[in-house]
Design a protein around this ligand. Structure first.
Ligand code: ZN
Length: 288
């Protein structure tokens, strides 16, 4: 279910003519990164123009906004960030741009899980993300609230079906084989939700680089763990994971999408498609 708390901000505007004209122009939504943009597109349908500051295949950690991003945020009607420390540059960008519209930190209602900001990697959090963004969209255009609520319910049905598929697939793999080696620690939420253990070459953010001693320790842990496949990620240092994989004698099993979607048209081009892509690669490695 997707019940919206519509804030009737648009109706409070004094100039009816301006309101009617504004209602014809699709609102512009700017999201900090591609996963949030996809969720916003699902919810808005064709009623809004949604763009991402950090696009598919790009790394949102430590992103340095460009001057053009200031203009995009200033021109937007709604700004959406993850929060939880994932995209703090978006807060600075919103402030610096002089943007005065609603700014949603979509993960704000989700109880934090330690310092891990990747709450979107657990489909159990999809309702919290969807409701936060849907409420903000409906607040922009109260007349669209019923359509947005319908899109939201449909999206959450598909998210729940994807979640059930992920659980059913991993249930067929013995627990000791549900172990995955990746570049950075983006899958803590995923691992806790779906019973998969992750070894990561880097920390919670791709900003940090491990020391030589830490790499040596990780290589020993990998050898002890019995993991045979390592994954590249769209975020994170590919050189590091390649080196760790080589030193530990494990092969590379493809690219997992952790903090960004795949390119348009690819299997991981949507939020739910990303889960199916990632889980299919992990299952192949676990069953291999
Ligand atoms: Zn990350």
């Amino acid at each position: 279910m997707c019940i919206l708390l519509t804030r009737r901000r648009a109706l409070a505007l004094p100039l009816l003519g301006a309101t009617a004209a504004a209602a014809q122009v699709p609102p512009q939504v700017v999201a900090s990164f591609s996963i949030l943009a996809d969720i916003a597109r699902e919810l808005a349908g064709p009623a809004a123009l949604v763009t991402a500051i950090v696009g598919p295949g790009q790394d949102a950690h430590g992103f340095e906004p460009r001057p053009s991003d200031l203009h995009r945020v200033r021109a937007a009607d709604l700004a959406v960030a993850n929060g939880l420390g994932f995209d703090p540059w978006m807060d600075r960008l919103v402030r610096a741009s002089g943007f005065s519209g609603p700014f949603v930190r979509a993960a704000a209602a989700i109880p934090p899980r330690g310092a891990d900001p990747h709450a979107f990697q657990d489909l159990g959090n999809a309702p919290a993300y969807a409701r936060a963004i849907a409420d903000a969209l409906a607040g922009l255009r109260p007349g669209l609230a019923p359509a947005i609520a319908g899109h939201c319910a449909d999206f959450l049905d598909r998210a729940a079906a994807t979640d059930a598929w992920v659980r059913a697939e991993f249930a067929t793999v013995p627990a000791e084989r549900r172990l995955v080696l990746t570049s950075h620690d983006a899958f803590g939420w995923f691992g806790a939700a779906y019973g998969v253990r992750f070894l990561a070459a880097q920390g919670l953010s791709t900003d940090s680089e491990p020391s030589a001693a830490e790499v040596a320790r990780l290589v020993r842990r990998i050898r002890d763990s019995g993991v045979r496949v390592a994954f590249l990620e769209t975020a994170g240092n590919p050189r590091l994971i390649r080196q760790v994989a080589r030193d530990a004698g494990v092969r590379l099993g493809g690219t997992l999408y952790s903090d960004a979607l795949g390119p348009p048209g690819s299997t991981a081009a949507t939020y739910l498609g990303m889960f199916r892509h990632n889980v299919a690669l992990m299952l192949a490695a676990m069953r291999g």
